[in-house]
Design a protein around this ligand. Structure first.
Ligand code: PEP
Ligand code: MN
Length: 332
């Protein structure tokens, strides 16, 4: 249940009511909301005098539910917006990892040449073996900062664990929480206590309910700026790296009020399928795409097989415009 308290109830009283109702208190300006478990279906009587309105909810997808707020949340990337009433599909491109200044600068320049605005690259990489490249860490993050200053691009980069969450929050424009970190409550809550947009990837073995409940950790900690990202599930299939859950995307669009970004690169695992998938995703009227691109994918230090080279990326980018237009969107 989401309870809107009356305006100007003092902070101590809000805390007291939250404790009494075993709920989370969420303050926005002079208003406070209490969020209880969705199993509570009747307003506790001690809240009668303090409550403006309340919403009973079907499940613990609450703040993110269209049953609570039907309008899609608008997310501000500072120089542009996605979601809300905008028609933007943001194409976020860049290598899997920052590897050198030359590599990330070439990627940034390629994005600019295609009229794009948002660069992605990992610095703290969550790898599946300790014997592979783990990312450039802070040095990589500072190179991304340099790319923002030099090219005016917005920076999306991933937080892997709590040791560097504050550094990512400070230096990135959009904080990516990767599939392997979707359940890290330390990261979720740290991202909830600040206001930058958070791109939350779905864990590859998680249900839609579990995924959106993780978004609820961020939302209920105070940050409304959450973007959901589908990036493929582990299935019995081994020919592709993961299986992109487009049915899940349709469900998220129908049921949640959060913008959606799709990542065909990690789902497919092979460059050859990525442009087709990117076109299919765009046709689903989504808010963004995350596509890996590298100046020379063959020598990439992570995810080499799935990264597009510059030519492939450009051809894909150009092919997306008519598809985006057909569903009322513009690629930016
Ligand atoms: C990435 O974006 O490079 C990445 C590691 O993605 P995921 O968390 O989806 O595996
Ligand atoms: Mn990657």
């Amino acid at each position: 249940m989401i309870i809107h308290l009356k305006e100007n109830i003092d902070a101590n009283k809000v805390e007291e009511l939250a404790a009494q109702s075993k709920s989370i208190a969420l303050k926005t300006g002079s208003y406070a909301r209490l969020i209880t478990s969705s199993s509570i279906k009747e307003l506790p009587s001690f809240l009668d005098d303090y409550t403006d309105e309340f919403f009973t909810m079907d499940s613990d997808i609450q703040l993110a539910s269209k049953d609570y707020k039907s309008d899609i949340k608008e997310i501000d990337f500072d120089t542009f917006k996605i979601g809300g009433t905008t028609n933007n599909t943001v194409l976020i491109g860049g290598p899997c990892s920052v590897e050198s200044e030359e590599q990330i600068n070439a990627s940034a320049e390629h994005l600019i040449s295609m009229g794009l605005k948002t660069l992605r690259a990992g610095c703290f990489k969550p790898r599946t073996t300790p014997y592979s490249f783990q990312g450039m860490g802070m040095e990589g993050l500072m190179l991304l900062v340099k790319m923002r200053e030099k090219h005016g691009l917005k920076i999306v980069t991933e937080v892997r664990d709590s040791t560097h969450v504050q550094a990512i929050i400070e230096h990135s424009d959009v904080i990516q929480i990767g599939a392997k970190s979707m359940y890290d409550h330390g990261i979720l809550k740290a991202c909830g206590k600040q206001n930058k947009p958070v791109l939350l990837k779905r864990g590859f073995g998680t249900t839609l309910q579990e995924f959106v409940q993780c978004a609820e950790f961020i939302l209920s900690s105070g940050n409304p700026n959450v973007i959901l990202c589908e990036r493929g599930l582990r299935t019995f299939e081994t020919k592709t790296r993961f299986t992109l859950d487009l049915c899940g995307v349709a469900w998220l669009k129908e049921k949640t009020n959060l913008p959606l970004i799709l990542d065909p690169s990690h789902a497919m695992g092979h460059a050859f399928g990525v442009p087709d998938l990117a076109r299919a995703c765009t046709a689903m009227n989504i808010d963004g795409l995350l596509v890996e691109m590298h100046p020379n994918p063959k020598v990439a230090k992570s995810d080499a097989s799935q990264q597009l080279n510059f030519e492939e990326f450009k051809a894909m980018r150009n092919s997306l415009d008519p598809i985006a237009n057909a569903v009322g969107k513009t690629i930016i």
